[in-house]
Write a protein that binds this ligand. Structure first.
Ligand code: NI
Length: 179
């Protein structure tokens, strides 16, 4: 009793899962991916402090290299996303490279840059590596979309999913995908 509810209840999860049934038909075999992308320095809050620059970086990249963001959450120092790429195109690496460099360009150059990066003229905003997972089926798709929306609660940033502003959860509520 008392205190904020930290995690969605089993019932809430069940309701979300049922509501996802239609949405997850977006899933395309071999064309949908889950990503986790981190800042180099996890203590910084660059992503939420510069959310407009991040949105611009996505928009610019998508203009020449289209993709659909099925779900996304931006945390202060990392982000999670599910993308679907056009058929026959699995080049998410180019897209992330462009998004990362466009975002970094918009920021002041006061971050720590390693010698190896400096030698290549690289910035030190993002971790070079990111986690990528090819979505296997509709259940896997729904599971990762749920994971994305619950993430701010999991990281204890907010007590409820709907309290975190930088989340595709709100778009899905508007679309009637979530109750
Ligand atoms: Ni996370």
């Amino acid at each position: 009793m008392g205190g904020a509810q930290r995690y969605p209840s089993r019932f809430t999860m069940l309701v979300l899962r049922i509501a996802m049934t239609d949405y997850r038909r977006n899933f395309i075999a071999g064309g949908s991916f889950f990503f986790t992308v981190n800042l180099a320095e996890r203590r910084l809050r660059l992503l939420t402090e510069h959310i407009d620059e991040l949105r611009t970086a996505f928009r610019e990249t998508r203009r020449h290299h289209p993709f659909t963001t099925d779900a996304m959450v931006v945390l202060p120092d990392h982000l999670h996303a599910v993308w679907t790429l056009p058929e026959g195109d699995a080049d998410f690496a180019t897209r992330w490279r462009l998004i990362k460099s466009a975002f970094s360009r918009g920021l002041a150059t006061d971050e720590r840059i390693s010698e190896s990066r400096a030698a290549k003229g690289e910035r030190g905003i993002w971790q070079r590596r990111y986690w990528e997972h090819t979505i296997r089926d509709e259940n896997d798709f729904a599971r990762h979309v749920d994971y994305i929306h619950i993430n701010p609660v999991k990281h204890r940033l907010v007590p409820r999913v709907r309290d975190w502003p930088y989340s595709s959860f709100h778009r899905m509520v508007k679309l009637g995908i979530y109750p």
